[in-house]
Design a protein. Structure first.
Length: 251
Protein backbone atom coordinates (compact mmCIF):
# COMPACT_ATOMS: atom_id res chain seq x y z
CA UNK A 1 0.00 0.00 0.00
CA UNK A 2 2.84 2.36 0.83
CA UNK A 3 4.18 2.11 -2.73
CA UNK A 4 0.77 2.89 -4.19
CA UNK A 5 0.60 6.04 -2.07
CA UNK A 6 4.13 7.04 -3.10
CA UNK A 7 3.31 6.47 -6.77
CA UNK A 8 0.17 8.61 -6.46
CA UNK A 9 2.02 11.50 -4.80
CA UNK A 10 4.85 11.34 -7.32
CA UNK A 11 2.43 11.79 -10.23
CA UNK A 12 0.46 14.61 -8.60
CA UNK A 13 3.36 16.74 -7.36
CA UNK A 14 5.85 18.51 -9.67
CA UNK A 15 7.58 17.69 -11.93
CA UNK A 16 5.34 14.72 -12.78
CA UNK A 17 2.26 16.89 -12.36
CA UNK A 18 3.67 19.34 -14.91
CA UNK A 19 4.29 16.48 -17.35
CA UNK A 20 0.64 15.43 -17.07
CA UNK A 21 -0.52 19.04 -17.42
CA UNK A 22 1.53 19.52 -20.58
CA UNK A 23 0.22 16.25 -22.00
CA UNK A 24 -3.35 17.35 -21.31
CA UNK A 25 -2.63 20.72 -22.96
CA UNK A 26 -1.15 18.98 -26.01
CA UNK A 27 -4.24 16.82 -26.31
CA UNK A 28 -6.56 19.85 -26.05
CA UNK A 29 -4.58 21.75 -28.70
CA UNK A 30 -4.52 18.91 -31.21
CA UNK A 31 -7.63 19.98 -33.15
CA UNK A 32 -6.90 23.73 -32.95
CA UNK A 33 -3.19 23.75 -33.76
CA UNK A 34 -1.17 20.67 -34.61
CA UNK A 35 2.02 22.74 -34.38
CA UNK A 36 1.37 24.01 -30.84
CA UNK A 37 0.17 20.56 -29.83
CA UNK A 38 3.37 19.01 -31.13
CA UNK A 39 5.49 21.55 -29.23
CA UNK A 40 3.58 20.79 -26.02
CA UNK A 41 4.10 17.04 -26.54
CA UNK A 42 7.81 17.63 -27.16
CA UNK A 43 8.22 19.73 -24.01
CA UNK A 44 6.31 17.14 -21.99
CA UNK A 45 8.52 14.36 -23.35
CA UNK A 46 11.73 16.28 -22.62
CA UNK A 47 10.59 17.17 -19.10
CA UNK A 48 9.69 13.54 -18.50
CA UNK A 49 13.03 12.28 -19.82
CA UNK A 50 15.23 14.56 -17.70
CA UNK A 51 13.20 13.79 -14.57
CA UNK A 52 13.35 10.00 -14.38
CA UNK A 53 15.90 7.86 -12.59
CA UNK A 54 17.16 5.76 -15.56
CA UNK A 55 18.14 8.85 -17.56
CA UNK A 56 19.68 10.60 -14.56
CA UNK A 57 21.72 7.52 -13.68
CA UNK A 58 22.85 6.97 -17.26
CA UNK A 59 24.30 10.48 -17.31
CA UNK A 60 25.81 10.43 -13.82
CA UNK A 61 27.36 6.96 -13.73
CA UNK A 62 30.18 7.58 -16.25
CA UNK A 63 31.16 10.70 -14.30
CA UNK A 64 31.03 9.10 -10.87
CA UNK A 65 32.89 5.90 -11.71
CA UNK A 66 35.51 7.32 -14.04
CA UNK A 67 38.00 7.58 -11.17
CA UNK A 68 38.14 4.62 -8.76
CA UNK A 69 38.22 5.17 -5.02
CA UNK A 70 41.85 4.80 -3.82
CA UNK A 71 42.59 1.68 -1.79
CA UNK A 72 45.54 3.34 -0.04
CA UNK A 73 46.13 6.92 1.04
CA UNK A 74 49.38 8.06 -0.53
CA UNK A 75 50.38 11.71 -0.58
CA UNK A 76 51.20 14.65 1.66
CA UNK A 77 48.09 16.85 1.69
CA UNK A 78 44.36 17.08 1.05
CA UNK A 79 42.49 19.54 -1.14
CA UNK A 80 38.83 20.03 -0.21
CA UNK A 81 36.63 21.78 -2.77
CA UNK A 82 33.58 23.78 -1.75
CA UNK A 83 30.23 23.44 -3.40
CA UNK A 84 27.88 26.03 -1.97
CA UNK A 85 27.29 27.71 1.37
CA UNK A 86 24.85 30.12 3.04
CA UNK A 87 25.84 32.78 5.53
CA UNK A 88 22.47 34.25 6.53
CA UNK A 89 21.09 31.17 8.32
CA UNK A 90 21.04 29.95 11.94
CA UNK A 91 24.29 28.12 12.71
CA UNK A 92 25.93 26.37 15.65
CA UNK A 93 28.20 28.50 17.81
CA UNK A 94 31.49 29.29 16.09
CA UNK A 95 30.27 28.71 12.55
CA UNK A 96 30.00 31.60 10.07
CA UNK A 97 27.56 29.88 7.77
CA UNK A 98 26.25 26.54 6.64
CA UNK A 99 27.17 24.33 3.70
CA UNK A 100 24.77 22.62 1.33
CA UNK A 101 24.31 18.84 1.20
CA UNK A 102 26.88 18.24 -1.55
CA UNK A 103 29.87 19.96 0.18
CA UNK A 104 28.80 18.41 3.49
CA UNK A 105 29.69 15.00 2.04
CA UNK A 106 33.02 16.42 0.90
CA UNK A 107 33.80 17.72 4.40
CA UNK A 108 33.05 14.33 5.94
CA UNK A 109 35.32 12.61 3.42
CA UNK A 110 38.16 15.10 3.88
CA UNK A 111 37.98 14.93 7.66
CA UNK A 112 37.95 11.13 7.65
CA UNK A 113 41.00 11.14 5.37
CA UNK A 114 42.76 13.63 7.65
CA UNK A 115 42.06 11.42 10.67
CA UNK A 116 43.73 8.51 8.87
CA UNK A 117 46.76 10.39 7.60
CA UNK A 118 47.27 13.54 9.63
CA UNK A 119 47.76 15.51 6.41
CA UNK A 120 46.85 19.21 6.27
CA UNK A 121 43.77 20.28 4.32
CA UNK A 122 43.61 23.09 1.80
CA UNK A 123 39.98 24.25 1.90
CA UNK A 124 39.06 26.01 -1.33
CA UNK A 125 36.06 28.19 -2.12
CA UNK A 126 35.12 31.86 -2.07
CA UNK A 127 31.86 33.81 -1.90
CA UNK A 128 30.26 33.17 -5.27
CA UNK A 129 27.10 35.21 -4.69
CA UNK A 130 26.15 37.77 -2.07
CA UNK A 131 24.82 36.03 1.02
CA UNK A 132 26.64 32.77 0.31
CA UNK A 133 29.48 33.46 2.69
CA UNK A 134 33.01 32.35 1.93
CA UNK A 135 32.85 28.60 1.45
CA UNK A 136 36.39 27.97 2.68
CA UNK A 137 35.76 29.89 5.91
CA UNK A 138 32.55 27.98 6.59
CA UNK A 139 34.24 24.64 5.90
CA UNK A 140 37.16 25.56 8.15
CA UNK A 141 34.77 26.40 10.99
CA UNK A 142 33.08 23.01 10.60
CA UNK A 143 36.40 21.13 10.51
CA UNK A 144 37.61 22.92 13.64
CA UNK A 145 34.34 22.12 15.42
CA UNK A 146 34.94 18.45 14.58
CA UNK A 147 38.24 18.63 16.41
CA UNK A 148 40.77 19.44 13.68
CA UNK A 149 43.70 21.68 14.58
CA UNK A 150 43.33 25.12 12.94
CA UNK A 151 47.02 25.07 12.08
CA UNK A 152 46.43 22.07 9.84
CA UNK A 153 43.93 23.99 7.71
CA UNK A 154 45.12 26.24 4.87
CA UNK A 155 42.53 28.71 3.63
CA UNK A 156 41.90 29.48 -0.04
CA UNK A 157 38.87 31.79 -0.02
CA UNK A 158 39.18 33.63 -3.36
CA UNK A 159 38.04 31.09 -5.94
CA UNK A 160 34.64 31.40 -7.59
CA UNK A 161 34.71 28.28 -9.78
CA UNK A 162 36.59 25.02 -10.29
CA UNK A 163 39.19 26.65 -12.53
CA UNK A 164 40.10 29.13 -9.79
CA UNK A 165 39.96 26.34 -7.17
CA UNK A 166 42.80 24.67 -9.04
CA UNK A 167 44.85 27.82 -9.70
CA UNK A 168 44.70 29.28 -6.20
CA UNK A 169 45.04 25.94 -4.39
CA UNK A 170 48.15 25.13 -6.43
CA UNK A 171 49.70 28.39 -5.23
CA UNK A 172 49.18 27.36 -1.61
CA UNK A 173 50.66 23.93 -2.27
CA UNK A 174 53.79 25.52 -3.71
CA UNK A 175 54.09 27.92 -0.78
CA UNK A 176 53.87 25.00 1.65
CA UNK A 177 56.18 22.70 -0.37
CA UNK A 178 53.39 20.16 -0.83
CA UNK A 179 53.40 18.18 -4.06
CA UNK A 180 51.23 15.06 -3.64
CA UNK A 181 47.68 16.18 -2.83
CA UNK A 182 44.62 13.97 -2.66
CA UNK A 183 41.63 15.78 -4.10
CA UNK A 184 38.34 15.44 -2.22
CA UNK A 185 35.25 16.41 -4.16
CA UNK A 186 31.96 14.87 -5.24
CA UNK A 187 32.25 11.83 -7.49
CA UNK A 188 30.24 13.50 -10.27
CA UNK A 189 32.59 16.52 -10.12
CA UNK A 190 35.86 14.58 -10.06
CA UNK A 191 36.56 14.23 -13.80
CA UNK A 192 36.43 17.96 -14.45
CA UNK A 193 38.29 18.79 -11.24
CA UNK A 194 41.20 16.46 -12.05
CA UNK A 195 41.53 18.03 -15.49
CA UNK A 196 41.42 21.55 -14.05
CA UNK A 197 44.22 20.77 -11.59
CA UNK A 198 46.23 19.11 -14.33
CA UNK A 199 45.84 22.27 -16.42
CA UNK A 200 47.06 24.27 -13.38
CA UNK A 201 50.17 22.09 -13.20
CA UNK A 202 49.17 19.88 -10.27
CA UNK A 203 48.75 16.11 -10.40
CA UNK A 204 46.17 15.01 -7.84
CA UNK A 205 45.06 11.63 -6.55
CA UNK A 206 41.25 11.47 -6.79
CA UNK A 207 39.33 10.81 -3.57
CA UNK A 208 35.69 10.84 -4.74
CA UNK A 209 32.87 11.13 -2.20
CA UNK A 210 29.14 11.79 -2.16
CA UNK A 211 27.99 9.36 -4.84
CA UNK A 212 24.52 9.93 -6.29
CA UNK A 213 24.17 6.57 -8.04
CA UNK A 214 25.21 3.01 -7.24
CA UNK A 215 27.35 0.85 -9.52
CA UNK A 216 24.37 -1.20 -10.62
CA UNK A 217 20.85 -0.23 -11.67
CA UNK A 218 18.11 -1.11 -9.19
CA UNK A 219 14.96 0.18 -10.84
CA UNK A 220 11.33 -0.39 -9.97
CA UNK A 221 7.99 1.05 -11.06
CA UNK A 222 8.65 4.26 -9.10
CA UNK A 223 11.92 4.77 -10.99
CA UNK A 224 9.91 5.72 -14.10
CA UNK A 225 7.96 8.48 -12.38
CA UNK A 226 9.46 11.98 -12.72
CA UNK A 227 11.04 13.33 -9.53
CA UNK A 228 12.99 16.42 -8.51
CA UNK A 229 15.85 14.24 -7.28
CA UNK A 230 16.26 12.65 -10.71
CA UNK A 231 15.95 16.05 -12.38
CA UNK A 232 18.64 17.39 -10.07
CA UNK A 233 20.96 14.53 -10.97
CA UNK A 234 20.41 15.16 -14.66
CA UNK A 235 21.15 18.85 -14.18
CA UNK A 236 24.35 18.15 -12.24
CA UNK A 237 25.54 15.74 -14.93
CA UNK A 238 24.77 18.07 -17.83
CA UNK A 239 26.58 20.92 -16.09
CA UNK A 240 29.67 18.72 -15.70
CA UNK A 241 29.62 17.64 -19.34
CA UNK A 242 29.36 21.28 -20.39
CA UNK A 243 32.25 22.17 -18.09
CA UNK A 244 34.40 19.36 -19.49
CA UNK A 245 33.63 20.49 -23.05
CA UNK A 246 34.50 24.09 -22.16
CA UNK A 247 37.79 22.96 -20.59
CA UNK A 248 38.76 21.09 -23.77
CA UNK A 249 38.03 24.19 -25.85
CA UNK A 250 40.35 26.26 -23.62
CA UNK A 251 43.32 23.98 -24.27
Amino acid sequence: MIYVIKFFYMWVLPPAGFVLLLAWLAWRLWRKSRGLSGMAWLIAALLYAVSIQPVSEALLRPLEYGHPFPLQAEGDSIILLGGGSMADVPTPEGWRGQVADVPAQRIIGAYALHRRTGWPIVVSGGEVFRGDGKEAVVMRDILVSLGMEPGKIFLEDRSLNTTENAIFSSEILKQRSLSQPMLVTSAFHMARSVDEFKKAGVTVTPYPVGYFVSRGSYWNALSWAPTFSAMRGTGLALKEYMGIAALKLRR
